[in-house]
Design a protein around this ligand. Structure first.
Ligand SMILES: Cc1cc2nc3c(=O)[nH]c(=O)nc-3n(C[C@H](O)[C@H](O)[C@H](O)COP(=O)(O)OP(=O)(O)OC[C@H]3O[C@@H](n4cnc5c(N)ncnc54)[C@H](O)[C@@H]3O)c2cc1C
Length: 336
């Protein structure tokens, strides 16, 4: 039952977290002279890392979450398509997650950047930018991806506001508007039917010569989609709200929303430095138990799965359960 006092305490904590960008809610902090060996260190304390921490905390696991406070969706005003949290600001969803995870007193939180990890015997040792060294039996990377902004003036400012990566996350909000797809070849062909389902005014900006096959180009045109091959010079916007696309030849298209999938890299390089393999798409390669190609090193969320809050939470929960199973089984079998 939620008492009035509980309600007030919870909500004041939540508001405090929301009012101070980048400052995380206070979990138990690892003491300077405490034992720094954990069952699991989770690098990344956003949706995937918090979901894993909840599964592990509920399994009485001693967990440390290390987070640098830079989730990929931080510029987006509202997050959509995650059941019970549709339209809620991303920071608010994470703050609520942290609030719930901090109820499990075996979970600690440390705000810093993890910079290095090494295996020493059966134990992993992880170093932070602040110079702290922590040890754990298992490592979980919930570190997400870093989107690389193309050097087009206005692109970075509009990212997540009117430049969108996903029609499921933000398409409904821009339905019916003059909409661009900033892509070429198969990627543009992938987006085209999804965007055409949401608006009748669709323009594909190939930003140079189009690379469509004859069949693809014909199909696009039959769906009344315009292909624009001129290079994009700049995006015209007001505080991230797009009002036009300015081309090199001086033409301006009055586009209000633009779908784009910029290049990305792993936000955290440690798994690569440890030798974890990547898929062709640049994601961490995992087995069915969320384990990377290095035994004892796990991953969840965007760094290894489809990009959506629901998927980050689902894979985080799965990773937490898989790690607890591995630890519990190892301890149980010691009695053999
Ligand atoms: C612009 C944009 C808008 C989006 N909108 C939606 C939406 O409306 N609905 C939806 O379902 N999905 C949306 N997504 C996708 C969704 O945001 C991601 O799927 C989700 O954030 C992934 O969660 P994650 O925990 O894996 O990674 P992230 O949320 O990116 O978090 C990774 C965390 O790891 C930390 N970290 C990384 N490296 C280190 C390190 N070395 N040391 C310590 N900490 C580290 C980061 O600081 C960060 O806090 C959007 C994505 C983008 C880019």
């Amino acid at each position: 039952m939620i008492t009035r006092r509980n309600f007030l305490v919870r909500n004041s904590l939540l508001s405090a977290a929301l009012a101070v960008p980048g400052v995380l809610m206070s979990f138990a902090k690892p003491e300077e002279n405490a034992d720094h060996t954990f069952d699991v260190i989770i690098v990344g304390g956003s949706y995937a890392g918090l979901a894993a921490a909840m599964a592990l905390g509920r399994s009485l696991r001693k967990v440390l979450i290390i987070d640098s406070g830079l989730p990929c969706n931080r510029q987006t005003p509202h997050s959509h398509n995650f059941l019970t949290q549709d339209g809620v600001p991303p920071k608010e969803i994470a703050a609520k997650g942290r609030e719930q995870v901090q109820h499990y007193d075996t979970v600690s939180f440390y705000e810093s950047v993890a910079v290095q990890a090494k295996k020493k015997g059966e134990i992993f040792e992880l170093t932070t930018q602040s110079g702290r060294v922590f040890s754990a039996r298992k490592l979980l990377f919930a570190t997400g991806l870093k989107d690389l902004m193309p050097p087009i003036p206005g692109f970075a400012e509009c990212w997540g506001i009117s430049i969108l990566h996903c029609p499921y996350c933000h398409g409904y909000e821009v339905k019916g508007l003059a909409t661009g797809i900033w892509a070429n070849g198969d990627m543009a062909v992938h987006y085209a039917p999804l965007v055409a389902n949401l608006t009748k005014q669709v323009f594909i900006f190939t930003d140079g010569a189009a690379t469509f096959s004859e069949d693809q180009a014909q199909l696009i045109r039959k769906n009344n989609i315009h292909i624009v091959e001129q290079q994009v010079k700049a995006l015209i916007h007001d505080n991230g709200q797009l009002s036009g696309i300015h081309l090199q030849d001086g033409a301006v298209y009055p586009i209000r929303a633009l779908y784009a999938r910029p290049a990305f890299e792993q936000h955290c390089k440690i798994p690569l430095e440890m030798g974890c393999a990547l898929t062709e798409q640049g994601l961490l390669k995992l087995d069915n138990f969320q384990q990377t190609t290095i035994p004892g090193v796990y991953a969840c969320g965007d760094n290894s799965a489809m990009r959506a809050v629901a998927t980050a939470v689902a894979t985080g929960t799965g990773a937490g359960a898989a790690i607890n199973l591995a630890l519990s089984t190892a301890d149980f079998n010691l009695k053999k």
